[in-house]
Design a protein around this ligand. Structure first.
Ligand code: AMP
Ligand code: GLY
Length: 425
């Protein structure tokens, strides 16, 4: 089997690593990939957003299955293009990927199907006065969001009315997120604990993976700016069996049924970003892909042949598939470049990966590059240092002891990954 993974981050390295474990021993390609994926297959120098070149490559190289990591190509319609060309692919069509690509669409969809989420209103990007009046009427705290894709930075949590007005100013007047701000969502601030649940679906049947928890803020104690995610662990004990059942019945099933009813059956991976309070889950956001870094803890816990599971997802044959989780826990600590998510330097030599591997860690590459003779930093999130353990504590201890053996100048990481999970156990 020949499989193409699209993307270049830690999530894609984890995908390629998991596929490499398949008993089918697939031949693996990653576009464009990173030094981690290069060690497990062939990196193809095509950008994740270059749908035409990816399609040409997949046809020419007789790729049996393409799996798309990031959201941009999905929202832009890579699945539609591949399907038209008869190329099997895992992901939603552009129409279905609107669940992530348009927060306004997602909120209106959830309202139509009574899927639990924060109360909200949407505004056109030029309706500043109307939006400001809504802010005054509702009062703080509020969350102000650019509706379109904004690399995870388009949600502004506002503690005061002044902050909410400043957020409207940034999105609507300064156009800080460009066309992503053509529509604006203002919603209720939800309290509770967040978790991520992923469903793999062929449009009709679905399976859910072990629930994970991300750490979005840059600094310890959930302080500092939002990032792509500074670490994750799974399973997340906040998602008890009862909560997971409610996620399936009240969120995933009505979402899949609603999309099908509207003529856009959802296929691929449905990421439910949840806020859980008193055992009741509500949707913070949908994404149309695996989370990163959540994928780095979820995929290593799955015991199935993932090449087979993803192929069945693409073929509409998920009925009868059951995901098998190990009894263990997994933890991932992201090592980022100093300054991230703000400006940071690159090109810093990275050492100690062999020691981390000898310690039993899985080190997934995100922002790294290989020069003639060394591995250097090449992005904000540099590495995802992941470890499994019999318990969450054991996984965290091993992840952190492995972080201790990896060095690059100005490395930045959180020291409290998993603390909420430990407190619940
Ligand atoms: P989003 O881009 O919609 O995922 O939002 C990014 C982060 O902002 C979420 O993971 C939450 O931490 C926070 N957030 C977004 N919407 C809300 C909300 N309605 N209530 C509380 N926190 C939120
Ligand atoms: N870790 C959050 C995301 O992938 O969107």
């Amino acid at each position: 089997m020949r499989i193409l993974v699209v993307g270049s981050g830690g999530r894609e390295h984890a995908l390629v690593w998991a596929l490499a474990r398949s008993p089918q021993a697939p031949t693996l390609f990653t576009a464009p990939g990173n030094p981690g994926t290069e060690a497990l297959g062939t990196n193809v120098p095509i950008e994740a957003t270059d749908t035409a070149a990816l399609q040409t490559f997949a046809a020419k190289e007789a790729i049996d299955l393409t799996i798309v990591g990031p959201e941009q190509p999905l929202v832009a319609g890579i699945v539609d293009a591949f399907r038209t060309a008869g190329l099997p692919i895992v992901g939603p069509t552009a129409a279905a990927a609107r669940l992530e690509g348009s927060k306004a669409f997602a909120k209106e969809f959830m309202q139509r199907y009574r899927i639990p989420t924060a109360t909200y209103r949407t505004f056109d990007g030029d309706a500043f006065d109307e939006a400001a009046a809504y802010v005054h009427a509702e009062g703080a705290p509020l969350v102000v969001k650019a509706s379109g894709l904004a690399a995870g930075k388009g949600a502004l949590v506002c503690a005061t009315e002044e902050e909410a007005l400043a957020a409207l100013q940034r999105i609507m007047v300064d156009r800080a997120f460009g066309a992503a701000g053509d529509r604006v969502v203002i919603e209720e601030f939800m309290t509770g604990e967040e978790a991520s649940v992923f469903a793999l679906t062929d449009g009709e049947h679905y399976v859910v993976t072990v629930p994970a928890q991300d750490h979005k803020r840059a600094a310890d104690g959930d302080t500092g700016p939002n990032t792509g995610g500074m670490g994750a662990y799974a399973p997340a004990p906040v998602v008890t069996g009862g909560v997971l059942t409610r996620v399936c019945r009240k969120i995933i099933e009505p979402t899949l049924a609603g999309m099908a009813e509207e003529g856009h059956p959802y296929t691929g991976i449905l990421y439910c970003g949840l806020m859980i309070a008193d055992g009741q889950p509500r949707v913070v956001e949908y994404n149309c892909r695996l989370g990163d870094p959540e994928a780095q803890v979820v995929l290593p816990l799955l015991q199935n042949d993932l090449a087979d599971v993803f192929m069945k997802t693409a073929e509409g044959a998920l009925s009868g598939v059951h995901l098998r989780m190990g009894q263990e826990a997994a933890a991932c600590v992201v090592m980022a470049s100093g300054g991230y998510p703000g400006p940071y330097a690159t090109g810093k030599p990275i050492t100690g990966l062999e020691d981390a591997a000898a310690n039993g860690a899985l080190v997934f590459h995100a922002g790294t590059a290989r020069t003639a003779d060394e591995l250097v930093t090449d992005g904000g999130r540099v590495l995802g240092v992941t470890a499994l353990g019999a318990t969450l504590k054991a996984a965290l201890d091993r992840a952190y002891s492995s972080v201790g053996s990896i060095h690059f100048d100005e490395a930045q990481y959180r020291t409290d990954i998993g603390r909420k999970g430990l407190a619940r156990l």
